[in-house]
Ligand binder design. Structure first.
Ligand code: HEC
Ligand code: HEC
Length: 278
């Protein structure tokens, strides 16, 4: 599904009205989500622009353009990075190149941006990592570098991450979450979280089951899932209360999904978050 998402600044403004975010990058060269395709189309022709275009395609349609790396064929980067890394509080990438490499407690190493990308291939896509010198990896790096233009090194565009639920003391109720799921999510994601598969690709990504992200993915944790759902779902009408977002995230994250064998190597020096599934 080709989807360009919302205007980054319009969405950030809407969120700031509810006290959730600001549009820090307004007035910089950071592209708004809904004109990214137009801006990329207007770049001067040449190999660098071709790489940026391919990175955009891989992001929007990962199973097709990183063929062989997403055996489940269900998830694109843009399934979670809405608008293709341009939407605040949907883990945007505007500024990503200026904050990489960076230390990760999960691996207890300083990770390059290419390693960070492969984390999402192996966990969020339940897939196979790209070779560091591959055309696809360099295309994703070129695209993220393009998105980061105009953001000073060490800074980030608006709404990094998925957003947090302000009241960390809310107690999740997965039984209530199941009712919310049936009421507000199943119409798109299916009664069994299976998503919608049509014409050889997924129009709506699955939320659990064999084709979904594995338990090593951040989206399998209650905190990131609740933040993402609160700020982005139901798609185009993200109006859940904090409690409802926590409840439905608890229900979704507790459903079966693929295992991740390399999980035994995670957090070797401590720092494991309490909501990790293992
Ligand atoms: C199942 C959802 C999901 C999918 C699919 C997914 N990601 Fe992610 N990604 C996440 C989550 C969750 C985070 C962590 C966000 C946070 O730190 O709050 C993340 C973080 C990242 C980051 C670091 C962002 C930051 O601010 O540090 C990059 C880069 C990234 N992903 C790239 C990719 C790429 C490239 C793809 C496609 C190959 C992809 N992701 C697919 C969920 C996903
Ligand atoms: C109108 C259809 C629609 C509704 C309703 C909806 N979603 Fe989504 N959801 C999507 C689409 C489409 C995506 C992929 C993002 C994109 O294409 O922009 C997505 C992505 C997601 C993702 C990240 C990707 C993945 O597969 O895990 C989660 C988690 C999610 N939705 C949870 C929910 C929850 C929970 C609800 C109910 C509160 C909900 N959604 C309601 C359409 C919908």
């Amino acid at each position: 599904m080709q989807r360009t998402g919302f205007s980054a600044c319009a969405l950030a403004f809407a969120l700031s009205m509810s006290g959730l975010g600001t549009c820090a990058a307004q007035g910089t060269a950071a592209p708004a989500a809904d004109d990214v395709d137009a801006r990329i189309a207007a770049l001067p022709p040449g190999p660098d622009t071709e790489a940026i275009k391919l990175g955009r395609k891989i992001t929007m349609e990962t199973p097709q353009f990183a063929a062989g790396h997403v055996p489940g064929g269900a998830m694109s980067c843009a399934s979670c990075h809405i608008g293709g890394g341009t939407t605040p509080l949907s883990s945007p990438w505007i500024g990503m190149t200026g904050v990489s490499p960076a230390y990760s407690a999960r691996s207890a190493t300083v990770e390059s941006l290419a390693q960070r990308i492969n984390n999402c291939f192996q966990r969020s896509e339940n897939g196979i990592p790209l070779a560091f010198d591959s055309r696809e990896m360099n295309a994703l790096l070129a695209y993220m570098t393009y998105l980061s233009r105009g953001i000073p090194g060490g800074q980030f565009g608006p709404g990094r991450g998925m957003g947090k639920i302000a009241d960390a003391a809310l107690v999740p109720d997965p039984v209530h979450g199941r009712a919310i799921y049936a009421d507000k999510c199943a119409s798109c994601h299916g009664a069994n979280g299976e998503g919608v598969h049509s014409g050889g690709s997924y129009a709506i990504p699955p939320l659990w089951g064999d084709a979904s992200y594995n338990i090593g993915a951040s989206m399998a944790r209650l905190g990131p899932a609740a933040g993402f759902i609160k700020n982005n779902m139901p798609l185009g009408n993200a109006t859940l209360s904090d409690q409802d977002a926590v409840d439905v995230a608890a229900y979704v994250t507790q459903q079966p999904r693929p295992d991740y064998a390399a999980k035994v190597k995670d957090w070797p020096k401590g720092g494991r978050p309490a909501d990790a599934r293992y």
